[in-house]
Design a protein around this ligand. Sequence first.
Ligand code: NAP
Length: 249
Amino acid sequence: MTHILLLGGTTEASQMARVLADAGMRAVFSYAGRTHDPVSQPLPLRVGGFGGVAGLKDYLRTGAITHVIDATHPFAAQMSRNAHAACTACGTPLVRLERPPWTPEPTDTWQIVPNMDALPNALSDTPARVFLAIGKQNLDLFACKPQHHYLLRLVDPPTVPIPLPHHTITLARGPFDVAGDTALLQQHKITHIVAKNAGGTGAAAKLIAARNLGLAVILAQRPVLPVVPTANSTEDVMRWLSHEADRGV
Ligand code: NAP
C-alpha cells in the first residue's frame, strides 16, 4: 500500500498535504522543527531531523515508505541532497515539488549573486536601510557589514543574540501581500531588499513592493540540487504518483 513521506516546511508542502489528505492517501508530513509553533497539517506529523542519510534510510525502511515528496524550501539543500541519496539507496521513488524562481521584469535592475555567501559584498559600504529577508539562519554573514540598519522579519522571537549592531525585528509568518509589504518598507524607510530567490507567491510581495517603490534588490541564486523528477504543482505530483502506481511502484 502507498505510504508517502512528505518533506515540508513551505507553503507548497502545506498545499500538498491538503491534496493528499483530500485524496485519502496514506502519508506522513515531516517538519525539521525550526519554528516554535508550526502550521498544523491534515496528515500525521513527525518533527525533527532524521539523522542524515543513514537515519533517513532507516526511516524509509522501518516506516515502509513507498514514495517521497520533497517539498522543502529551494535553499534547504542539505535535506534535498539527503533525500536523493537515501531514496537512491533504498530504491524509493522521489519527486521534488519545486516552485519556479522569480524572474525580473524588463524594468527591474536586480543584482543577482551566485549564492548566499556573496550577498553581503553586494551591499555597498555606504550605510543603508536593508530589509534582510533571509530568515534567521545566515545572519552572521552580514556581521562584516555592521554599518547598515537591518530590518529582519522572523517567525519566532530570536533565541540567540542577533550579530548585527543595528537591527529591527518584525515577527510575522507568510504568505505576505503587496499592500502590507509596501507599508512595511515605507515605515522602515528601506532602501535595499536582500533576499534568496525562493520563488513562489507567498514571499514575492516584497519584490513587487520594491519594484513599485524603486528600491534596490539583491537576490541570491539557488543552490544546485541533484537531478530528480520535478513537479511545479500539486497536480503534477498527483500525476507522478499515479504514473508510479501504473508502473507498479
Ligand atoms: P537544510 O539545511 O537543508 O537541512 C538541514 C537538516 O535539517 C537536514 O539535514 C535534516 O536533518 C533537517 N531537515 C530539514 N528539513 C527537514 C524536514 N522537512 N524534515 C525533517 N528534517 C529536516 O534545511 P534548512 O534550510 O535548515 O531548512 C529547514 C526547514 O525549513 C525545511 O523544512 C525547509 O523547507 C524550511 N524552510 C527553509 C528555508 C530556507 O531558506 N532554508 C526557508 C523557509 C522554510 P537530518 O540530517 O538530521 O535529517
